[in-house]
Design a protein around this ligand. Structure first.
Ligand code: 5BU
Length: 456
């Protein structure tokens, strides 16, 4: 198969599409390549494999891999044709908290050539390479079927990787245009799109969510990134701890339903403290039901959370209807979405986190950011890099030292969290179980603030 035949076949089976498509990055693209279905057309799969073999036959490598799912059957066929061993990494296990398992046999230090179907920005290639490198596999080269990126080759080169491709976007457009398979107008649209993303504009961080702005300004005013998680079961202890720590915190996080002696005096007293000690109120209710149910859970019942909590936490598992249920008709209320949890073995994966970002991006006036955690600074940085513009990261599972508890909670340090990108740390037992809670709260605030100053 020639490159020209290959492009025509892709066009024929609908693997090249023109229209309006939302990319992972949130950008709207006038074209889309989807090579997933080529496995149903053996002669196309075979043709691509032959073209790839031709491309890589003189390259030096010990093992081959394809990035699941689309590139895995392609790489498998190429490996078979070249009689090279194949390895791959389970896609699901790329999620935080589980560790990456490489399937197949390889020796530590093996040179691996990575095959993928497409390159758009290069970011996911770098993540893949890093994951393999952590397992002792050496990655230097990537081969993609289609290079649809603007600067992918350069971006990968900056990180020390070489990109090879069978064909790029311009060649595809030219080929289709020569055959009159695409209009002049479409060609221009595609050109304008690629030109616009190749010169990344500095996106102005325009935050419209008033509560996000309020939290940011209070962080600066109190020089505090500390959110205290006051998980105690009596009002006496609750307000005693608040007396000692309120001046150090920017926001107080409650689990109101764990109080044994909740009564109608609790909320007015809490509000009086919030005013006097100048902190915001955040009920970690973790709403997770359909819109109509959460609407009542938020407004009604014993606690009437919407009356007093400026922020609440939300699980997006039920879809964006939850935001309508919670916030339609509400003013001055916002949420943090659980995009990653700190507990060991939690079921959240990268795809889920990404979907949370997508929904949040569409609802900036009621989502202020995300609750998120990570195994180390780099992991949190990668996570934060995917946030919609202007959204904040609050990180729980924080103590002065790394560690864990007996029920799966995992702790990273104050510095790990803030250096990775947390705007606030959420600390519970690190402070409330301390001998001198006042002193401990001050240490947490100061350490977080120092790291935050260095980061920004
Ligand atoms: P700790 O005592 O610092 O472990 O308390 C952490 C608090 O943050 C506690 O109230 C949890 O319910 C909350 N939390 C968390 O620990 N991890 C998460 O992923 C989320 C919330 Br979401």
């Amino acid at each position: 198969m020639t490159k020209e035949q290959f492009v025509l076949e892709l066009q024929r089976i609908g693997a090249i599409k023109f229209g309006s498509f939302t990319l992972k990055s949130g950008l709207t693209s006038p074209f889309y390549f989807d090579l997933r279905d080529i496995i149903s057309f053996p002669y196309i799969l075979e043709g691509i494999a032959d073209l790839l073999v031709e491309k890589i036959k003189d390259m030096e490598f010990d093992v081959l891999t394809g990035i699941p799912y689309t590139a895995l059957p392609i790489a498998s066929l190429v490996a078979s044709k070249m009689q090279k061993p194949l390895i791959y990494m389970r896609k699901e296990e790329k999620a935080y908290g589980t560790g990456n398992n490489v399937i197949g046999k390889f020796k530590k230090g093996a040179k691996c050539l990575v095959i993928d179907d497409l390159i758009t920005t290069g970011a996911s290639k770098i993540e893949t390479a890093e994951a393999y490198e952590r397992k002792g596999v050496v990655i230097k080269d990537f081969v993609v079927v289609i290079d649809r990126s603007s600067n992918g080759k350069e971006d990968l080169a900056k990180q020390g990787y070489k990109l090879h491709s069978l064909i790029n976007l311009n060649e595809i457009m030219e080929l289709l245009q020569n055959r009159n398979l695409i209009s002049e107008e479409k060609v221009n649209e595609v050109r304008n799109f690629t030109a616009s993303i190749s010169k990344p504009k500095k996106v102005k961080e325009e935050i419209t969510n008033l509560l996000t702005l309020k939290l940011i300004s209070k962080i600066k005013e109190k020089k505090s990134n500390l959110v205290l998680s006051l998980d105690v079961t009596t009002q006496k202890e609750f307000f005693e701890i608040l007396d000692e720590t309120g001046s150090e915190i920017v926001m107080l996080k409650t689990h109101v339903d764990i109080l044994d002696d909740y009564d109608e005096n609790f909320v007015p007293k809490l509000q009086e403290y919030a005013k006097r000690q100048n902190f915001l109120i955040f009920e970690d209710r973790k709403f997770a039901d359909i819109g109509n149910t959460v609407k009542h859970q938020y407004r009604n019942g014993v606690y009437k959370i919407s009356d007093w909590a400026e922020f609440v936490t939300v699980h997006m598992v039920a879809g964006d209807g939850i935001l309508k249920g919670l916030f339609d008709g509400m003013e001055n209320r916002s949420s943090f979405v659980l995009a990653r949890m700190s507990s060991k073995g939690n079921l959240i994966n990268e795809t889920y986190s990404r979907k949370c970002f997508e929904i949040a991006r569409k609802n900036p006036n009621v989502v202020s950011g995300f609750i998120g955690h990570g195994k180390d600074v780099e992991d949190i940085k990668r996570f934060k890099a995917k946030f919609p513009v202007g959204m904040l990261l609050l990180t729980p599972g924080v103590k002065l030292e790394r560690g864990s508890d007996a029920m799966g909670q995992q702790y990273i340090t104050v510095e790990d969290a803030i250096c990775g990108g947390a705007d606030c740390i959420i600390v519970g037992r690190g402070i409330i179980k301390a001998k001198d809670r006042k002193k401990e709260a001050k240490i947490y605030r100061e350490r977080a603030w120092k790291e935050y100053q260095e980061r920004i």
